[in-house]
Design a binder for this molecule. Sequence first.
Ligand SMILES: [Zn+2]
Ligand SMILES: [Zn+2]
Length: 364
Amino acid sequence: MTKRDYYEILGVSKDSNKEEIKKAYKKLAKQYHPDISKDESSEEKFKEVSEAYAVLSDDEKKQQYDQFGHAGFDQRFSQEDIFRNFDFTDIFGEVFGNSAEGSIFDMFFGGSQRRQKRGSNLSYELEISLEEAAFGTEKKINIQRSETCPKCDGTGAKDNSLINCTECNGSGQVRATRRSPFGVFTQVTTCRDCSGSGKVVETPCPECNHGFIRKDRELSVKIPAGVDNGNQIRVSSEGNSDKGGSGDLYISIFVKQDKRFERDEDDLVTTIPISFAKASFGSEIEVPTLEKDVKLKIPAGTQSHTIFRLRNQGITRLHNYGRGDLLVKVIVDVPKKLTKKQKKLLEDFAKESGEKIKAKRGFF
Ligand SMILES: [Zn+2]
Ligand SMILES: [Zn+2]
């Protein structure tokens, strides 16, 4: 099934701000909320608008969606990823009162087990060279993250000393009746004391903190060709671990300045000074590229700031085929010092061109 565009679903434009997106969602959520709407398809509709809002209200997910569209986005984010960190209470507290929160979560994820806390994301800043950005690379990085304690298997209990939770009698769930503007709901929620597992620890594991330990890890990370400053690479499940699974690792890319090249998206610009004589007569000059120095023919009468384009000598395109170009900007160098003879020759040159000009003598 082809997914509809998130902006289209919410009926907002791409440059709508957060408030406008929130307003559009609130309106649709009220319209389609299954507790209110009589329409059979309302639950599907409600899920659809909620998914669109969960993505577009999150700066990072929105940016990834804008950049990669549905196809690329769905590769990177599962349904659970999409709704993670999405604060239902924030928005539904305003619309429906807090009672709706639990039922909405269950609607998306069914069980109560899944509501266990997932580990937090980690971030890492990685500096790479321009060549590495241009052609892609693989980097080893060291991170410290929380992992499941091997001594107690993450239970946090010494010698597996788990006992039944007294709060829920080992069922992991508690029932509660709540009033809301739309009637009385009897709600089954996850037991807070045991987080839904039905078990609590009798004697804590001495090796860890509630089943988790800090650990140093070395990871090998593939950096795709064409990345630029500020790009973020998401490495799934390499963040901190918790009962509900591991968070993700986000690698922020910093590309080192290169003395030879300036980057302009996928193109590179290099500036080469040449003498007035070479520019006038035409010449062959040495030009650096990412791979090796090459020779470039400059025609006679080349003006300063002329740009020559070397095709496919730039950065590999991240979202497309091929490479950008290398732009060679030629600057005609004006000499800062002249010998006596050079001065005389230039005076003659000026005279020949019809100019009345004389070099100052004895001052500099
Ligand atoms: Zn342990
Ligand atoms: Zn319990």
